[in-house]
Design a binder for this molecule. Sequence first.
Ligand code: A3D
Length: 320
Amino acid sequence: MARSKIALIGAGQIGGTLALLAGLKELGDIVLFDIVDGVPQGKALDIAEAAPVEGFDAKLAGASDYSAIAGADVVIVTAGVPRKPGMSRDDLIGINLKVMQAVGEGIKAHAPDAFVICITNPLDAMVWALQKFSGLPKNKIVGMAGVLDSARFRHFLAEEFKVSVEDVTAFVLGGHGDDMVPLVRYSTIAGVPLPDMIKLGWSTQERLDAMVERTRKGGGEIVNLLKTGSAFYAPASSAIAMAESYLRDKRRVLPCAAHLDGQYGIDGLFIGVPVVIGAGGVEKVLEVEFNGDEKAMFEKSVNSVKGLIEACKGVDSTLA
Ligand code: A3D
Protein backbone atom coordinates (compact mmCIF):
# COMPACT_ATOMS: atom_id res chain seq x y z
CA MET A 1 0.00 0.00 0.00
CA ALA A 2 1.34 3.44 -0.93
CA ARG A 3 2.21 5.76 1.91
CA SER A 4 -0.12 8.63 2.73
CA LYS A 5 0.98 12.10 1.70
CA ILE A 6 0.91 15.03 4.10
CA ALA A 7 1.30 18.57 2.78
CA LEU A 8 2.26 21.33 5.19
CA ILE A 9 1.46 24.81 3.87
CA GLY A 10 3.69 27.16 5.82
CA ALA A 11 7.12 25.93 6.87
CA GLY A 12 7.62 28.22 9.84
CA GLN A 13 7.76 27.30 13.53
CA ILE A 14 4.65 25.11 13.53
CA GLY A 15 5.22 23.78 9.99
CA GLY A 16 8.70 22.49 10.83
CA THR A 17 7.51 20.88 14.06
CA LEU A 18 4.60 19.26 12.21
CA ALA A 19 7.04 17.75 9.70
CA LEU A 20 9.23 16.30 12.44
CA LEU A 21 6.26 14.83 14.35
CA ALA A 22 4.68 13.40 11.18
CA GLY A 23 8.01 11.74 10.41
CA LEU A 24 8.51 10.36 13.92
CA LYS A 25 4.99 8.89 13.82
CA GLU A 26 5.47 7.55 10.26
CA LEU A 27 2.21 9.13 9.14
CA GLY A 28 3.39 9.26 5.53
CA ASP A 29 5.53 11.19 3.07
CA ILE A 30 5.79 14.89 3.80
CA VAL A 31 5.89 18.00 1.63
CA LEU A 32 6.72 21.34 3.22
CA PHE A 33 5.52 24.36 1.22
CA ASP A 34 6.38 28.02 1.83
CA ILE A 35 6.66 31.22 -0.17
CA VAL A 36 10.13 31.84 1.26
CA ASP A 37 12.25 29.76 -1.09
CA GLY A 38 14.89 27.66 0.64
CA VAL A 39 13.20 27.38 4.03
CA PRO A 40 10.90 24.43 3.20
CA GLN A 41 13.71 22.72 1.27
CA GLY A 42 16.18 23.27 4.13
CA LYS A 43 13.79 22.00 6.83
CA ALA A 44 12.83 18.97 4.72
CA LEU A 45 16.49 18.03 4.23
CA ASP A 46 17.32 18.59 7.90
CA ILE A 47 14.46 16.31 9.04
CA ALA A 48 15.28 13.71 6.36
CA GLU A 49 18.78 13.62 7.86
CA ALA A 50 17.29 12.99 11.32
CA ALA A 51 15.36 9.98 9.96
CA PRO A 52 18.28 7.50 9.97
CA VAL A 53 19.01 8.39 13.61
CA GLU A 54 15.37 8.20 14.70
CA GLY A 55 14.67 5.19 12.48
CA PHE A 56 11.67 6.37 10.51
CA ASP A 57 10.94 6.01 6.82
CA ALA A 58 9.35 8.96 5.06
CA LYS A 59 10.14 10.95 1.96
CA LEU A 60 10.55 14.65 2.76
CA ALA A 61 10.47 17.41 0.19
CA GLY A 62 10.37 21.20 0.28
CA ALA A 63 8.64 23.33 -2.34
CA SER A 64 7.50 26.80 -3.28
CA ASP A 65 5.18 25.65 -6.05
CA TYR A 66 1.69 24.36 -5.32
CA SER A 67 2.06 21.47 -7.80
CA ALA A 68 4.15 19.76 -5.07
CA ILE A 69 1.07 19.20 -2.89
CA ALA A 70 -0.76 17.27 -5.64
CA GLY A 71 -2.63 14.26 -4.34
CA ALA A 72 -2.07 15.06 -0.64
CA ASP A 73 -4.28 13.08 1.75
CA VAL A 74 -3.93 15.65 4.52
CA VAL A 75 -3.07 19.34 4.23
CA ILE A 76 -2.19 21.31 7.37
CA VAL A 77 -2.21 25.08 6.93
CA THR A 78 -0.06 27.38 9.08
CA ALA A 79 0.75 29.92 6.37
CA GLY A 80 0.48 33.52 7.51
CA VAL A 81 1.85 35.57 10.35
CA PRO A 82 1.69 34.81 14.08
CA ARG A 83 1.09 37.24 16.96
CA LYS A 84 3.71 39.42 18.58
CA PRO A 85 3.33 40.81 22.13
CA GLY A 86 0.53 43.37 22.30
CA MET A 87 -1.33 41.92 19.30
CA SER A 88 -4.63 40.08 19.52
CA ARG A 89 -5.37 37.17 17.20
CA ASP A 90 -7.91 39.42 15.50
CA ASP A 91 -5.19 41.92 14.50
CA LEU A 92 -4.00 39.30 11.99
CA ILE A 93 -7.15 39.33 9.81
CA GLY A 94 -5.98 41.68 7.04
CA ILE A 95 -2.76 39.81 6.21
CA ASN A 96 -3.88 36.27 6.86
CA LEU A 97 -7.13 36.55 4.88
CA LYS A 98 -5.10 37.22 1.71
CA VAL A 99 -2.89 34.25 2.55
CA MET A 100 -5.99 32.04 2.93
CA GLN A 101 -7.11 33.06 -0.54
CA ALA A 102 -3.80 31.96 -2.11
CA VAL A 103 -3.75 28.75 -0.07
CA GLY A 104 -7.41 27.97 -0.81
CA GLU A 105 -6.82 28.33 -4.54
CA GLY A 106 -3.73 26.12 -4.33
CA ILE A 107 -5.65 23.38 -2.50
CA LYS A 108 -8.59 23.63 -4.91
CA ALA A 109 -6.28 23.18 -7.91
CA HIS A 110 -3.98 20.47 -6.56
CA ALA A 111 -5.42 18.64 -3.52
CA PRO A 112 -9.23 18.91 -3.63
CA ASP A 113 -9.69 15.48 -2.01
CA ALA A 114 -7.53 16.21 1.04
CA PHE A 115 -8.64 16.49 4.64
CA VAL A 116 -7.58 20.01 5.57
CA ILE A 117 -6.64 21.26 9.03
CA CYS A 118 -6.29 25.02 9.41
CA ILE A 119 -4.18 26.50 12.21
CA THR A 120 -3.70 30.08 10.96
CA ASN A 121 -5.21 32.75 13.25
CA PRO A 122 -7.72 34.18 13.88
CA LEU A 123 -8.63 30.53 13.65
CA ASP A 124 -12.43 30.40 13.49
CA ALA A 125 -12.54 33.09 10.80
CA MET A 126 -9.60 31.75 8.77
CA VAL A 127 -11.00 28.21 8.57
CA TRP A 128 -14.34 29.69 7.45
CA ALA A 129 -12.60 31.77 4.76
CA LEU A 130 -10.38 28.85 3.68
CA GLN A 131 -13.47 26.70 3.10
CA LYS A 132 -14.95 29.46 0.93
CA PHE A 133 -11.75 30.01 -1.07
CA SER A 134 -11.06 26.28 -1.54
CA GLY A 135 -14.63 25.09 -2.10
CA LEU A 136 -13.83 21.97 -0.02
CA PRO A 137 -16.73 19.86 1.30
CA LYS A 138 -17.54 21.18 4.77
CA ASN A 139 -16.84 17.83 6.46
CA LYS A 140 -13.31 17.79 5.00
CA ILE A 141 -12.00 20.96 6.64
CA VAL A 142 -11.56 21.78 10.32
CA GLY A 143 -9.71 24.25 12.47
CA MET A 144 -7.26 23.21 15.18
CA ALA A 145 -7.80 25.04 18.46
CA GLY A 146 -9.85 22.94 20.89
CA VAL A 147 -7.29 20.12 21.13
CA LEU A 148 -4.62 22.69 22.05
CA ASP A 149 -6.81 24.66 24.45
CA SER A 150 -7.92 21.41 26.11
CA ALA A 151 -4.31 20.20 26.31
CA ARG A 152 -3.34 23.42 28.09
CA PHE A 153 -6.20 22.95 30.56
CA ARG A 154 -5.20 19.27 31.02
CA HIS A 155 -1.61 20.26 31.76
CA PHE A 156 -2.69 22.77 34.44
CA LEU A 157 -5.11 20.23 35.96
CA ALA A 158 -2.51 17.44 36.03
CA GLU A 159 -0.08 19.76 37.85
CA GLU A 160 -2.76 20.85 40.33
CA PHE A 161 -4.06 17.36 41.11
CA LYS A 162 -0.57 15.79 40.89
CA VAL A 163 -1.76 13.03 38.57
CA SER A 164 -0.69 11.82 35.13
CA VAL A 165 -1.79 13.95 32.20
CA GLU A 166 -3.07 10.69 30.71
CA ASP A 167 -5.81 10.52 33.34
CA VAL A 168 -7.05 14.07 32.77
CA THR A 169 -9.68 14.71 30.11
CA ALA A 170 -10.94 18.18 29.34
CA PHE A 171 -13.18 19.91 26.85
CA VAL A 172 -12.68 23.48 25.79
CA LEU A 173 -15.33 24.62 23.31
CA GLY A 174 -16.32 27.79 21.47
CA GLY A 175 -14.10 30.11 19.48
CA HIS A 176 -10.32 30.23 19.90
CA GLY A 177 -10.22 33.55 21.69
CA ASP A 178 -9.99 34.79 25.24
CA ASP A 179 -13.71 33.99 25.67
CA MET A 180 -13.30 30.30 24.79
CA VAL A 181 -15.38 27.98 26.98
CA PRO A 182 -13.53 25.47 29.21
CA LEU A 183 -16.32 23.06 30.21
CA VAL A 184 -15.52 22.19 33.80
CA ARG A 185 -18.50 19.82 34.23
CA TYR A 186 -17.35 17.66 31.32
CA SER A 187 -13.69 17.64 32.35
CA THR A 188 -12.58 14.77 34.54
CA ILE A 189 -9.80 13.14 36.51
CA ALA A 190 -10.06 9.46 35.51
CA GLY A 191 -13.78 9.92 34.81
CA VAL A 192 -14.55 11.90 37.99
CA PRO A 193 -15.94 15.35 36.98
CA LEU A 194 -13.98 18.35 38.30
CA PRO A 195 -16.83 19.67 40.51
CA ASP A 196 -16.80 16.28 42.30
CA MET A 197 -13.02 16.49 42.70
CA ILE A 198 -13.53 19.86 44.42
CA LYS A 199 -16.16 18.30 46.72
CA LEU A 200 -13.61 15.60 47.54
CA GLY A 201 -11.24 18.35 48.65
CA TRP A 202 -8.52 17.79 46.03
CA SER A 203 -8.58 21.48 45.06
CA THR A 204 -10.71 24.58 45.59
CA GLN A 205 -13.18 26.45 43.39
CA GLU A 206 -10.88 29.49 43.43
CA ARG A 207 -7.94 27.47 42.15
CA LEU A 208 -10.11 25.87 39.48
CA ASP A 209 -11.36 29.29 38.35
CA ALA A 210 -7.74 30.45 38.09
CA MET A 211 -6.86 27.44 35.89
CA VAL A 212 -9.83 28.20 33.62
CA GLU A 213 -8.63 31.78 33.28
CA ARG A 214 -5.05 30.70 32.61
CA THR A 215 -6.32 28.34 29.89
CA ARG A 216 -8.23 31.18 28.23
CA LYS A 217 -5.09 33.31 28.19
CA GLY A 218 -2.75 30.36 27.48
CA GLY A 219 -1.72 31.54 24.03
CA GLY A 220 -0.92 35.06 25.24
CA GLU A 221 1.16 33.70 28.14
CA ILE A 222 3.48 32.02 25.65
CA VAL A 223 3.57 35.01 23.26
CA ASN A 224 4.67 37.20 26.17
CA LEU A 225 7.43 34.76 27.11
CA LEU A 226 8.73 34.11 23.58
CA LYS A 227 8.36 37.74 22.43
CA THR A 228 9.17 36.83 18.81
CA GLY A 229 6.18 34.64 17.92
CA SER A 230 3.57 32.30 19.35
CA ALA A 231 3.41 28.73 20.65
CA PHE A 232 4.40 25.99 18.22
CA TYR A 233 5.19 22.67 19.90
CA ALA A 234 1.76 22.04 21.45
CA PRO A 235 -0.13 23.46 18.43
CA ALA A 236 1.79 21.06 16.17
CA SER A 237 1.15 18.07 18.47
CA SER A 238 -2.55 18.94 18.51
CA ALA A 239 -2.89 19.09 14.72
CA ILE A 240 -0.97 15.84 14.34
CA ALA A 241 -3.48 14.11 16.67
CA MET A 242 -6.26 15.28 14.34
CA ALA A 243 -4.40 14.19 11.19
CA GLU A 244 -3.66 10.79 12.72
CA SER A 245 -7.31 10.24 13.63
CA TYR A 246 -8.24 10.86 9.98
CA LEU A 247 -5.43 8.87 8.35
CA ARG A 248 -5.79 5.85 10.68
CA ASP A 249 -9.60 6.10 10.90
CA LYS A 250 -9.35 6.20 14.70
CA ARG A 251 -12.66 8.03 15.14
CA ARG A 252 -11.29 10.04 18.03
CA VAL A 253 -13.64 12.54 19.67
CA LEU A 254 -11.75 15.82 19.52
CA PRO A 255 -12.80 19.43 20.01
CA CYS A 256 -12.29 21.08 16.62
CA ALA A 257 -13.55 24.19 14.85
CA ALA A 258 -16.10 22.39 12.67
CA HIS A 259 -18.76 23.64 10.29
CA LEU A 260 -22.13 23.72 12.04
CA ASP A 261 -25.27 23.11 10.12
CA GLY A 262 -27.91 23.70 12.79
CA GLN A 263 -26.11 21.93 15.65
CA TYR A 264 -25.94 24.04 18.80
CA GLY A 265 -28.45 26.33 17.05
CA ILE A 266 -25.73 27.64 14.72
CA ASP A 267 -25.78 27.69 10.95
CA GLY A 268 -22.87 28.34 8.63
CA LEU A 269 -20.09 29.06 11.14
CA PHE A 270 -17.01 27.09 12.19
CA ILE A 271 -17.01 26.85 15.99
CA GLY A 272 -15.13 24.64 18.42
CA VAL A 273 -17.27 21.63 19.31
CA PRO A 274 -16.53 17.95 19.96
CA VAL A 275 -16.48 15.98 16.71
CA VAL A 276 -15.68 12.43 15.60
CA ILE A 277 -12.78 12.45 13.13
CA GLY A 278 -12.44 9.32 11.02
CA ALA A 279 -11.75 8.31 7.42
CA GLY A 280 -14.81 10.30 6.33
CA GLY A 281 -13.45 13.52 7.82
CA VAL A 282 -15.77 15.11 10.37
CA GLU A 283 -18.18 12.21 10.76
CA LYS A 284 -20.34 13.45 13.61
CA VAL A 285 -20.82 16.47 15.85
CA LEU A 286 -21.36 15.62 19.52
CA GLU A 287 -23.99 17.97 20.93
CA VAL A 288 -23.56 18.25 24.69
CA GLU A 289 -26.09 20.02 26.89
CA PHE A 290 -25.15 23.32 28.43
CA ASN A 291 -26.38 24.72 31.73
CA GLY A 292 -27.33 28.42 31.92
CA ASP A 293 -23.83 29.76 32.59
CA GLU A 294 -22.21 27.55 29.95
CA LYS A 295 -24.83 28.58 27.39
CA ALA A 296 -24.16 32.26 28.10
CA MET A 297 -20.37 31.74 27.76
CA PHE A 298 -20.82 29.78 24.53
CA GLU A 299 -23.09 32.46 23.06
CA LYS A 300 -20.59 35.17 23.95
CA SER A 301 -17.85 33.22 22.22
CA VAL A 302 -20.04 32.60 19.15
CA ASN A 303 -20.78 36.33 18.95
CA SER A 304 -17.04 37.09 18.90
CA VAL A 305 -16.61 34.66 15.99
CA LYS A 306 -19.54 36.31 14.18
CA GLY A 307 -17.78 39.66 14.64
CA LEU A 308 -14.61 38.24 13.05
CA ILE A 309 -16.56 36.90 10.07
CA GLU A 310 -18.13 40.33 9.54
CA ALA A 311 -14.64 41.86 9.66
CA CYS A 312 -13.48 39.37 6.98
CA LYS A 313 -16.45 40.29 4.79
CA GLY A 314 -15.49 43.95 5.25
CA VAL A 315 -11.94 43.24 4.02
CA ASP A 316 -12.95 40.97 1.11
CA SER A 317 -16.35 41.69 -0.43
CA THR A 318 -16.32 38.40 -2.41
CA LEU A 319 -16.89 36.63 0.95
CA ALA A 320 -20.08 38.56 1.74
P1 A3D B 1 5.67 31.35 11.41
O1 A3D B 1 6.83 30.68 12.06
O2 A3D B 1 5.79 32.80 11.08
O3 A3D B 1 5.33 30.53 10.08
C1 A3D B 1 4.41 30.97 9.14
C2 A3D B 1 4.99 30.64 7.78
O4 A3D B 1 4.00 30.97 6.80
C3 A3D B 1 6.26 31.44 7.43
O5 A3D B 1 7.32 30.54 7.15
C4 A3D B 1 5.85 32.25 6.21
O6 A3D B 1 6.90 32.40 5.25
C5 A3D B 1 4.72 31.39 5.65
N1 A3D B 1 3.82 32.10 4.75
C6 A3D B 1 3.40 33.38 4.79
N2 A3D B 1 2.58 33.64 3.75
C7 A3D B 1 2.49 32.49 3.04
C8 A3D B 1 1.79 32.10 1.86
N3 A3D B 1 1.03 32.98 1.21
N4 A3D B 1 1.91 30.83 1.44
C9 A3D B 1 2.69 29.94 2.10
N5 A3D B 1 3.37 30.24 3.21
C10 A3D B 1 3.28 31.50 3.67
O7 A3D B 1 4.35 31.18 12.29
P2 A3D B 1 3.91 29.92 13.19
O8 A3D B 1 4.25 28.66 12.48
O9 A3D B 1 4.40 30.13 14.58
O10 A3D B 1 2.32 30.17 13.23
C11 A3D B 1 1.56 30.00 12.06
C12 A3D B 1 0.12 30.46 12.28
O11 A3D B 1 -0.50 29.64 13.26
C13 A3D B 1 -0.05 31.90 12.78
O12 A3D B 1 -1.14 32.51 12.12
C14 A3D B 1 -0.38 31.72 14.25
O13 A3D B 1 -1.12 32.81 14.78
C15 A3D B 1 -1.19 30.46 14.21
N6 A3D B 1 -1.32 29.75 15.48
C16 A3D B 1 -2.52 29.23 15.78
C17 A3D B 1 -2.71 28.53 16.94
C18 A3D B 1 -4.06 27.96 17.25
O14 A3D B 1 -4.24 27.34 18.27
C19 A3D B 1 -5.16 28.13 16.33
C20 A3D B 1 -1.64 28.36 17.85
C21 A3D B 1 -0.42 28.89 17.51
C22 A3D B 1 -0.25 29.59 16.31
